[in-house]
Design a protein around this ligand. Structure first.
Ligand SMILES: Nc1ncnc2c1ncn2[C@@H]1O[C@H](COP(=O)(O)OP(=O)(O)O)[C@@H](O)[C@H]1O
Ligand SMILES: [Mg+2]
Length: 382
């Protein structure tokens, strides 16, 4: 017995800092984010260098076709390998400057996420798909690659998301860690309760889509268009009735729900002035965050700080609306206030998940994903 205990202590002592490249592209598909990190046994992560590596435009267009379910199985098959090459290219830029890391941890590109507990003939339909073939990344970089994290959590009964909560719990205390990416998600870290997290709803997806449609721009830079529009309160009230916002956590969502069809449908009742559409959709994201806190967070625990991150944090109008909708006692902070780069936080989180995979440390948080047990997520390609 004593021997076994000593063995465990020895394994724990043997953990060393590792150099890990985290790779990620989110639902916005705005860039492949790559971060060279040093991960320490106490689970802290230092970013050495980060880059935002754009997809070639034709690959990005294919990924959006995949989101719409408009590509063939042959195209999807090829896209998996092509995206793997793009991810490897991003990693190789860092490797060219700094040399090879101990390993690469790749989230991949989500093309489909179906977190619902539905069955067909007794077989579960719950599933997720991240592409960016890791064998290609491993071969093109010469480094071992950990990838395909979400599947193990789903196999354990979870939703396979959100995964960054694991890092938030290690890095922050008594805070609402709010990410506003394509989708918005929060991690609630509090002394009063077990860490929990969920998707609060749409983040930038609908704003991006309408900015492209009405103004021919990829996104509403700094929230300038929204700042020139007026919130249409009646349309906002109508959008806030969507059933997703009322579901109890754990819950996750994605482009499958906030789809082009969904957006086209809500636009049927939109105000006629495009700037007002952008302003109202920006308000929608801010308001759904504030309402999610009121419904699911404040009754569970006391927190006074919200750390706002993701691309939406750069949208000044979004931040202004958030300030209006959140109670005054909630202090708004940035990741930078804690010495963490907002731009590269998610790749730092994936570097940490990769570190845990390497040392066989369970890296899902069942209180966030709904999994029945803790598991070591990630598959290795060498
Ligand atoms: N300066 C900015 N002003 C307004 N919005 C921004 C700005 N920078 C990024 N964004 C928004 O953030 C999105 C990207 O956010 P990100 O956190 O990378 O999301 P994801 O994880 O889905 O890729 C962009 O599509 C855009 O909508
Ligand atoms: Mg992104």
């Amino acid at each position: 017995m004593l021997k076994a205990a000593e063995g465990i202590i020895k394994i724990m002592e043997e953990k060393e800092p590792k150099i890990i490249i985290g790779l990620m592209s989110g639902t916005s598909c705005d860039s492949i984010d790559a971060g060279l990190c040093e991960v320490f046994p106490d689970m802290s992560v230092k970013l050495i260098q980060g880059i935002n590596h754009p997809y070639p435009e034709h690959i990005r267009a294919k990924i959006f076709s995949a989101f719409r379910g408009e590509i063939s199985i042959k195209d999807l098959c090829q896209l998996n390998f092509a995206v793997g090459e793009c991810f490897a290219d991003a990693a190789n830029i860092l490797i060219g400057e700094f040399g090879k890391p101990d390993l690469i941890s790749s989230h991949g590109q989500t093309v489909y996420h179906y977190p619902y507990d539905e069955k067909l003939d007794g077989l579960s339909l719950k599933s997720t798909m991240q592409i960016g073939e890791s064998a290609i990344i491993a071969t093109k970089t010469g480094c071992p690659v950990v990838s395909n994290y979400r599947e193990a959590d789903i196999a354990a009964g979870g939703q396979g998301a959100p995964l960054v909560c694991f890092a938030d719990e290690k890095w922050f205390k008594n805070s609402l860690v709010q990410n506003i990416g394509g989708i918005s998600n929060v991690t609630v870290v509090s002394d009063d309760c077990a860490t929990f997290g969920f998707d609060t709803g749409c983040g930038n997806i609908m704003i991006d889509w309408c900015t492209q449609k009405f103004f021919g721009e990829k996104y509403d830079k700094d929230g300038e268009i929204a700042s020139e529009g007026k919130i249409c309160e009646s349309w906002l009230d109508c959008l806030l009735q969507d059933e997703y916002y009322f579901l109890e956590p754990p819950k996750t969502t994605g482009r499958e729900y906030f789809s082009n069809k969904y957006i086209e449908n809500i636009l049927k009742t939109a105000p006629s002035e495009p700037k007002d559409v952008i302003a109202t959709l920006t308000a929608l994201t801010a308001k759904t965050i504030a309402q999610a806190y009121e419904r699911f967070v404040y009754p569970a625990c006391h927190v006074d700080t919200a750390i706002i991150g993701g691309g939406g944090a750069y949208n000044k109008t979004m931040m202004k609306f958030l300030r209006t909708y959140l109670p005054q006692r909630i202090e708004l902070k940035t990741h930078e206030d804690y010495g963490i780069s907002n731009n590269f936080k998610e790749v730092m989180a994936f570097a940490l998940l990769g570190y845990c995979n390497f040392y066989n440390i369970p890296n899902n948080l069942p209180s966030c994903t709904g999994a029945k047990k803790r598991v070591v997520m990630g598959k290795v390609s060498k």
